[in-house]
Design a protein around this ligand. Structure first.
Ligand code: F6R
Length: 613
C-alpha cells in the first residue's frame, strides 16, 4: 500500500510528481506529500486527504525545483494527519524519505535513536529511516568515498520489514537514491530525465523504458544517468525493459470511472490473454512455460493460492484442473496457507494468482512452497512483479493496467488463462476426451463476443440497481461453479457499495443462513450448469416462499417461474460460465455504488495492492 513517485531532470518536478500521485492514489489515499530541493534546501508540502488537497496547498505551484520525491499514503502506523504524512525528514532537515512498506523493528530503532539524542514528530515507522541515515552519515560513513550511499545502505542494514524508499538530501541536490525490498519500485528512463514510481502506468505517459529494481538493489539516479549497486554496493549494469502498454491504458478514456472502463475493456483483455496460446487447430502452447508431460505425470496435487478476487479465480481453476486433468486441486487463501503447515512436497505444483504480483501474503505463501520442495507457477498481470521473480514458472494475463481498486478485467482474464493452462496440461497428459477439449476451446474463443453482447445490454441491470441501492443486506446463491460467481459477486458488492452481503452454496442455505431471509430481502441466484438447474431452482423457491425478492442470472431454460427479475446471459460451457455470469454482477455493484454517490474507484479503507500482511 502507499504509492511513491520521484523525478529528476530538467523540468519542474512538482507537476510531474502530483500527476504521478494521482495515478497511484489507488494504492492509498488518506494523505499525500511531496519534497523538492529548492536552492539547497528541502521543501516539504504535505497534508492528510487526497492528492487534490495537496495540489491546492499554499506555495506548491511556486516550487521551481527539478528534483523531488512524493507519496500517497494508506495509513499503517499513526492515523492520517499532517505529521504522519510522508515525506519525513531527519532532525537536521538534511535527509528526506518517502517509504512504501512496513518497518517491523521501528520501536527498537526509535529507542536507539532517542538514546542518541534524536526527536520524533510522527507516530510512523518511517521516521526512523531519515534519522538512521543521518546517524550513519555522521558516524559510520564519515570517511566513505560514497558517503550518502554508505549511509543509506547502513540504515537499510538496520531495518527489518519491507520497503521501497526514495531518499534525497540537500547535501546532494543532483541525485535521488532508491532501494527496495518486498515492495515494488520501477525507474523510467528518458532523455536527460528519470522517473521513479511504485508502478508502471503512473509514469507511462513519459517513457516506455523501465528498469525493474530487484530486492536489495540500490539505484543512484541522476538526470543523465543511473548507477546500480548490489547489496554489497558493487556497481553493476542493468537490463532495460521496453513496456508495450499504451499511455492511454492508464487513462479513463472518456469513462466516468476506471472501474467502468475496465469492465468494458474485458473483451479486449481476454483477446490479449488468449493471444496465440489457444487455437482450434493445434494444441495449446505457452511460449515460455517449460513444463513437460513427464513432470506433470509426477504431480499428485495442485494448490492454488491467492487472495480476494484472485482466490475466486482459483476456485474456478479447481474445477477446471480436476475435470480436465484429473489432478486433485485445493484452493487456499494465501494468509491462511502460509501459517497452517500445508502438506506440500516435490509432487505438488503450487499456482499463485496475483493481479499486482505484489500481494505480501501471496508472495510469502510462494516462498513457503519453494522451501518445501514444490514447484511454483505465478499468474500475474504485471511484468516483472515480485511474484514473477520468485516463481519457477510465470504466465501473464494481458489485461493491461487495472487501476480501479475493485478487480474486474483482471479476474476474467485470470479465469481465461487458468482455463487455457488446464487445457494445456490436459493435452500433455491426454487426460480428457478430445471432443470435450475442442468444444471448450471454441467456447473460450467466443467469450469476447459474448461479453460484448452483455455490455451492449445493460439497461435491465441499471434499472435493477436503482431499485435496490438502499438495501442493507443481500444474498448471492449458486451451486457448483456458480458458487464461485456468487462469492465474487458478493465481494464486488461489499467493497464498492458497502452493502453487507453473503454468498452461499445454495444447498447450504437451509443449514442455518435461511433464518436471515425475511420479507423483501434481495437474493441473487446464478444458474449456469445444466446439471444443477432443478436443484438451484428449488433452493431459490425456498427463499421466495420466505419473502425474498430475486434476481436470477442464467443461461439455462428456467421456465416461467415466479422470479422477480431475470437476466439472460449467453450460453457457454459451464466450466467457464463464471466469466460471463460475473459481468452483470460487476455492473450491478458499479451502478449501486453510483446510485449511492460513492467513490467507485477508491472505496473506503481499501487499497489496490496489499503489500503488507
Ligand atoms: C477485489 C480485489 C482484491 C484483490 C486481492 C488480491 O476486487 O481487488 O480482493 O483481488 O487483494 O490482489 P492481487 O491479485 O493483486 O494479489
Amino acid at each position: 500500500m502507499c504509492g511513491i513517485v520521484g523525478y529528476i531532470g530538467n523540468k519542474k518536478a512538482s507537476p510531474i510528481l502530483l500527476n504521478g500521485l494521482s495515478y497511484l492514489e489507488y494504492r492509498g489515499y488518506d494523505s499525500a506529500g511531496i519534497a523538492v530541493i529548492e536552492v539547497n534546501d528541502i521543501v516539504v508540502k504535505k497534508d492528510k486527504g487526497r492528492v487534490k488537497n495537496l495540489s491546492s496547498l499554499n506555495g506548491i505551484n511556486e516550487l521551481k525545483s527539478s528534483i523531488g520525491i512524493a507519496h500517497t499514503r494508506w495509513a499503517t502506523h499513526g492515523k492520517p494527519s499532517m505529521e504522519n504524512s510522508h515525506p519525513h525528514m531527519d532532525n537536521s532537515s538534511t535527509f528526506c524519505v518517502v517509504h512504501n512498506g512496513i518497518i517491523e523493528n521501528y520501536n527498537e530503532l526509535k529507542e536507539f535513536l532517542i538514546s542518541k539524542g534524536y526527536n520524533f514528530i510522527s507516530q510512523t515507522d518511517t521516521e526512523v529511516i531519515p534519522n538512521l541515515i543521518h546517524y550513519h552519515y555522521y558516524n559510520k560513513c564519515k570517511s566513505s568515498e560514497n558517503r550518502f550511499l554508505c549511509a543509506v545502505k547502513s540504515a537499510i542494514n538496520d531495518l527489518v520489514g519491507s520497503y521501497a524508499l526514495e531518499i534525497i538530501s540537500n547535501l546532494y541536490p543532483d541525485r535521488i537514491i532508491v532501494v527496495r525490498k518486498d515492495s515494488p519500485l520501477v525507474i523510467g528512463k528518458s532523455e536527460n530525465e528519470n522517473y521513479i514510481s511504485s508502478d508502471i502506468p503512473a509514469i507511462l505517459s513519459y517513457t516506455k523504458n523501465f528498469y525493474l529494481l530487484d530486492d536489495n538493489e540500490f539505484a543512484v539516479i541522476y538526470n543523465d544517468h543511473i548507477d546500480f549497486f548490489d547489496e554489497n554496493l558493487c556497481m553493476h549494469n542493468k537490463e532495460i525493459k521496453n513496456i508495450e502498454w499504451s499511455a492511454s491504458a492508464a487513462d479513463k478514456n472518456g469513462f466516468e470511472d476506471y472501474m467502468l472502463k475496465e469492465i468494458y475493456e474485458q473483451p479486449q483483455a481476454i483477446r490479449e490473454t488468449i493471444g496465440t496460446k489457444l487455437s482450434n487447430e493445434t494444441s495449446c502452447l505457452f511460449d515460455d512455460l517449460k513444463i513437460s508431460a513427464d513432470y506433470l505425470k509426477t504431480i499428485n496435487k495442485i494448490y492454488i493460492v491467492a487472495c480476494g478476487t484472485a482466490m475466486h479465480a482459483g476456485l474456478v481453476g479447481k474445477t477446471l484442473f480436476e475435470k480436465l486433468c484429473k489432478i486433485q486441486t485445493e484452493v487456499d487463501i494465501a494468509s491462511e496457507f502460509r501459517y497452517r503447515n500445508p502438506i506440500i512436497d516435490d509432487k505438488t505444483l503450487c499456482i499463485y494468482i496475483s493481479q499486482s504480483g505484489e500481494t505480501a501474503d501471496t508472495i510469502a505463501a510462494l516462498k513457503l512452497a519453494k522451501l518445501n520442495g514444490a514447484r511454483t507457477l505465478a499468474i500475474s498481470n504485471v511484468i516483472g512483479s515480485s511474484i514473477t521473480r520468485e516463481a519457477d514458472y510465470t504466465i501473464y494475463t494481458h489485461a493491461g493496467p487495472e487501476i480501479a481498486v475493485a478487480s474486474t478485467k483482471a479476474y476474467t482474464s485470470q479465469v481465461v488463462l487458468i482455463a487455457i493452462l488446464a487445457i494445456f496440461f490436459a493435452e500433455l497428459l491426454g487426460s480428457c476426451d478430445k471432443n470435450i477439449i475442442s468444444e471448450l476451446k471454441s467456447d473460450i474463443i467466443e467469450l469476447p463476443i459474448k461479453i460484448e453482447e452483455l455490455l451492449n445490454n445493460v439497461d435491465k441491470i441499471k434499472e435493477f440497481a436503482k431499485t435496490v441501492y438502499t438495501q442493507k443486506d443481500m444474498f448471492f446463491l449458486g451451486r457448483g461453479i456458480d458458487y464461485c460467481t456468487a462469492m465474487e459477486g458478493s465481494l464486488k458488492l461489499k467493497e464498492i457499495s458497502y452493502i453487507h452481503s453473503e454468498a452461499y452454496a445454495s444447498g447450504e442455505l437451509k443449514h442455518g443462513p435461511i433464518a436471515l431471509i425475511e420479507n423483501g430481502i434481495i437474493v441473487i441466484g446464478i444458474i449456469t450448469d445444466s446439471n444443477l438447474v432443478e436443484k438451484s431452482i428449488s433452493n431459490l423457491q425456498e427463499v421466495i416462499t420466505r419473502g425474498a425478492k430475486t434476481l436470477i442470472i442464467t443461461n439455462q431454460n428456467i421456465g416461467n417461474l415466479n422470479f422477480d427479475n431475470v437476466i439472460n446471459i449467453p450460453s457457454t460451457n459451464a466450466l467457464i460460465s463464471p466469466i460471463l455470469a460475473i459481468i452483470p454482477l460487476q455492473l450491478l455493484s458499479y451502478y449501486i455504488s453510483k446510485n449511492k454517490g460513492l467513490d467507485v474507484d477508491k472505496p473506503r479503507n481499501l487499497a489496490k495492492s496489499v503489500t503488507v500482511e
